[in-house]
Design a protein. Structure first.
Length: 136
């Protein structure tokens, strides 16, 4: 995990992940655009940087987020930071819930149709889905 006292900017070649708490968001072989669909009042969503983190760190942090939402971690979708930025979105690191690898993806448009199209493009650029074994 990153040093919480010295959190660097997100590099273009970093991989980040979007945690999934619904089987409709990720499956063994695909990431559904609903993983990136956000509520109308929101301007973006959270991701976890994988820089200096291993799979155990990702599972632990994903389960912490799930606990806050009273949901079980199903898995996550991996994304390359450069692909997020290429969609005119912003990636901002931010310490949240003692997680130095947290980052915010911001810049979603106000119009619902545009937001949905953006979510679909993000799903299309996802590197791979990861399913956490043992969750039902």
């Amino acid at each position: 995990m990153l040093d919480p006292l010295s959190i660097p900017p997100v590099d273009d070649d970093e991989v980040v992940c979007r945690f999934a708490f619904s089987r409709s968001e990720v499956s063994e072989n695909r990431v559904h655009w609903s993983a990136f669909k956000i509520r109308e009042r929101d301007k973006g969503f959270s991701v976890m940087r994988q820089r200096e983190a291993d799979e155990a760190d990702l599972i632990r942090e994903g389960q912490k987020v799930g606990d806050l939402r009273n949901k079980s971690l199903i898995g996550w979708a991996d994304l390359l930071a450069a692909n997020i930025l290429a969609l005119d979105l912003e990636l901002h690191p931010r310490l949240e819930h003692d997680n130095p690898n947290h980052a915010d993806v911001l810049g979603y448009p106000d119009k619902k149709e545009s937001r949905d199209k953006l979510a679909m493009k993000l799903a299309d650029t996802a590197i791979r889905p990861v399913i956490v074994r043992g969750n039902s």
